[in-house]
Design a protein around this ligand. Structure first.
Ligand SMILES: Cc1cc2nc3c(=O)[nH]c(=O)nc-3n(C[C@H](O)[C@H](O)[C@H](O)COP(=O)(O)OP(=O)(O)OC[C@H]3O[C@@H](n4cnc5c(N)ncnc54)[C@H](O)[C@@H]3O)c2cc1C
Length: 412
């Protein structure tokens, strides 16, 4: 392991998306910066394991191409994105129904209208909501009156059927919040991103995003397997060394941030995720597959190798089952029990590859939710991460960038 330098302009603690974005911003202004990371690789919550030729993202994640920060911080073309079909396949009572965006998938508009997922009025309300969020800017959405997602959906007139069969599995899955208690502001931002762009997977796995960012920083500036144990004015301490810095950025996840900065901890959302290998895919569709009962514990699933064939070795298929809010118990058995009701006995022949139990998948962001919290704490101390903005890839990238800008302004 390389020796930490004695002093630099800035130290960033944490090589997740926020930390990498902050460090890159600082470096681009000609300042010396290092990143100190506790784990053995960059990416934080966005990492991919390679197991027997399968690419396993640590928790089912997707990249929404409409995220504005992707355009400024990421070479999206280099990720060689593979797209999900827009819409979803909703399974209920063993029957699969396609619900798509009729503007993007006119071919399947009729199927959507007749899908037993909510009434025709519900579907018209979705179109109206889509129109409204697409014609509102993000700042306006993030400053609107805040209530929970489920209360907002009821207020918009959606039926319980529509909420349970569509919104709960889709947004409960994306926001890792099966109760839909998350802020309406967050929900509308995600709904806008889904309406304006596509859900995608990088050919080499989600970790391709942070790995690309790390390359710009240079490996000599990133210190892995090194845990920061304390920060005080101008000094960052690890177990066996200290670095002096004019600016210190705490870019860790919220629980670690509250420990280092001695602030109140925000509750965490948890998530379970089970990967299976199969010789034959249960569907050839490229949709995310939703639990149309809304009861879970698997709220959504996907045959990832249909979307990105590189996620599985030739001739094999990779299936992911996502269990937002569930990390205890036999997740593999729970997933098989439920997916058997979707796809029948073929599920028993699938090989279990790996189960993830993620104890901090994201910060709980209930209404009233403040999406843009201050990044400068004074005395050369800065903080960023998804807990300072929206709990998402976009939120982490944005938070890191604006924190990096605040650091460079302070060093000028
Ligand atoms: C299962 C799952 C599914 C998700 N799905 C989506 C999705 O589909 N779309 C989406 O937009 N977002 C999704 N997210 C959220 C998204 O991944 C996160 O919001 C984002 O990656 C957070 O980045 P971050 O940099 O703020 O924090 P992190 O990624 O947590 O990075 C913090 C880093 O700090 C390091 N660290 C902590 N303590 C120390 C210390 N003391 N010393 C040194 N280093 C330390 C950690 O090891 C970590 O690498 C999902 C998250 C999970 C877990």
């Amino acid at each position: 392991m390389n020796q930490l330098p004695d002093s630099v302009d800035a130290v960033v603690i944490g090589a997740g998306l926020a930390g990498l974005a902050a460090a890159r911003q600082i470096k681009s202004r000609g300042r010396s910066v290092i990143v100190i990371e506790a784990q053995d690789g960059v990416g934080g919550r966005v990492r991919t394991d390679k197991v027997d030729g399968f690419l396993l993202d640590r928790g089912f994640q997707v990249l929404l191409t409409a995220y504005p920060e992707l355009k400024t911080q990421i070479d999206v073309a280099a990720l060689d994105l593979k797209m999900f079909s827009s819409g979803a396949l909703v399974i209920r009572n063993g029957k699969a129904s396609v619900v798509t965006d009729p503007f993007r998938e006119p071919r399947r508009a009729i199927a959507t209208v007749f899908a037993p997922i909510g009434s025709l009025t519900d579907k018209l309300r979705i179109a109206a909501l889509r129109w409204r969020v697409m014609h509102s800017d993000a700042t306006k959405i993030l400053n609107s009156t805040d209530i929970s997602t489920v209360v907002a959906l009821r207020g918009l007139g959606f039926s319980s059927k529509m909420i349970d069969r569509f919104f709960r599995p889709l947004f409960g899955g994306i926001q890792l919040d099966p109760d839909l208690r998350t802020s309406r502001r967050m929900f509308e931002i995600i709904f806008k991103s889904l309406s304006e762009g596509q859900s995608a997977l990088p050919t080499n796995g989600m970790s391709a995003v942070p790995e690309q960012m790390a390359k710009h920083l240079g490996s000599e500036n990133i210190f892995l397997n090194t845990r920061v144990i304390s920060v005080e004015r101008g000094i960052v301490s690890t177990a066996n060394s200290q670095v002096r810095a004019k600016a210190i950025v705490v870019a860790t996840d919220q629980p670690a941030s509250s420990e280092l900065l001695k602030t109140d901890e925000i509750a965490s959302r948890v998530a379970g995720c089970v990967y299976f290998a199969a010789d034959e895919p249960p569907t050839h569709e490229k949709f995310v597959v939703l639990d149309g009962t809304g009861r879970g514990p698997v709220l959504n699933a996907a045959v990832l190798s249909n979307i990105a064939p590189s996620y599985a070795p030739p001739g094999q298929h990779l299936i992911v089952a996502a269990l937002p809010g569930v990390i205890n118990g036999d997740l593999e058995e729970m997933s098989r029990d439920q997916l058997r009701t979707w796809w029948g006995p073929q599920v028993d022949a699938w090989r279990h590859i790996k189960t993830y139990r993620i104890t901090h998948a994201g910060p709980v962001q209930l209404p009233p939710f403040n999406p843009k919290q201050k990044v400068s704490l004074g005395d050369g101390l800065f903080v960023c991460g998804d807990h300072r903005d929206t709990g998402s890839i976009q939120g982490a990238l944005y938070s890191g960038r604006r924190c990096g800008e605040a650091v460079t302004a302070s060093l000028a």
